[in-house]
Design a protein around this ligand. Structure first.
Ligand SMILES: Nc1ncnc2c1ncn2[C@@H]1O[C@H](COP(=O)(O)OP(=O)(O)O)[C@@H](O)[C@H]1O
Ligand SMILES: [Mg+2]
Length: 256
């Protein structure tokens, strides 16, 4: 983690009719950090996430990526600037195998991207890169399996692999463990953690289960009812009375 800020949001606000989903939220994400955004259901986390990735425009406020104002920059353009978003921009091709799915990602960002659908054999460099990613996400040995035949947890790994294949500097995850069984969760969180440190990238991890992020996050921002409730180290957040109260008020929330 460095002192350099890679992403900064200033006073973001987004409402739906009369409901203010994100109410004047500011955040600074340090380069190289794992920064979690947590909060009870309905806190506005996904809406905030959508503002950061460009899927939604804020009513007011500004977003800066590496010092550049990206508030009105389209999501695809943000992706090319190095902001990778899981599970939305990247799509699995169900009838291609694991290797091909990931290779297409590595190739899409390479110089030869006009030959997007060319044969793998002609571009060994991309295959090599794809195999590196496959190792990283724990799919070694499953390269030849068609994506549609993967187990649910493996599909999540593949989605992560496709996102990593484009070598983003900033990774955005909105509840990446949603729908996974509790035994599979630590592995995926560990893979994300490994990626951030190995690739010196930065991750913003949105999660409603506080316990999931405590051990891996450098900093935690807590949202409740659209507002920023607290920010600090995992230790500070775990001992924050306001945070505990917010989670107690949420039937689905879980305390540390
Ligand atoms: N597209 C939308 N239209 C109307 N209301 C929305 C929309 N998206 C979210 N909301 C509302 O905004 C609030 C925050 O939702 P959300 O950002 O999904 O919270 P979280 O991800 O923290 O659970 C909720 O009350 C939700 O019902
Ligand atoms: Mg959400």
């Amino acid at each position: 983690m460095t002192n350099e800020t890679i992403l900064e949001a200033q006073n973001l606000r987004k409402s739906f009719g009369g409901l203010i989903a994100v109410d004047d939220v500011s955040i600074q994400i340090a380069k190289g950090s794992m920064h979690a955004i947590i909060g009870p259901n309905g806190a506005g986390k996904t809406t905030f996430f959508n503002l950061l990735s460009g899927m939604m425009s804020p009513d007011s406020g500004k977003i800066f990526y590496k010092g550049e104002n990206i508030t009105n920059v389209a999501p695809q353009r943000r992706a090319h600037m190095g902001i990778g978003r899981s599970f939305q921009i990247t799509n699995i091709f169900p009838n291609l195998n694991v290797l091909e799915n990931i290779r297409l990602g590595t190739q899409a960002m390479g110089k030869d991207n006009f030959r997007f659908f060319s044969l793998a054999e002609r571009y060994p460099i991309y295959v090599e890169k794809a195999l590196e990613v496959i190792d990283l996400v724990g799919l070694r040995g499953r390269e030849g399996v068609l994506a549609r035949n993967l187990a649910h947890g493996e599909k999540r790994k593949l989605e992560l692999g496709i996102m990593l294949s484009t070598e983003p500097e900033l990774l955005l995850f909105d509840e990446p463990t949603a729908g996974m069984s509790s035994e599979q969760v630590p592995e995926l969180i560990e893979i994300i953690n490994k990626v951030v440190h190995l690739k010196s990238s930065t991750a913003i991890l949105v999660e409603h289960r506080m316990d999931m992020v405590m051990s891996v996050s450098d900093r935690i921002t807590v949202m409740a009812q659209g507002r920023l409730l607290a920010e600090g180290t995992p230790h500070e957040i775990a001992h924050n009375a306001q945070v505990q109260a917010a989670y107690l008020g949420d039937l689905y929330g879980e305390l540390v």
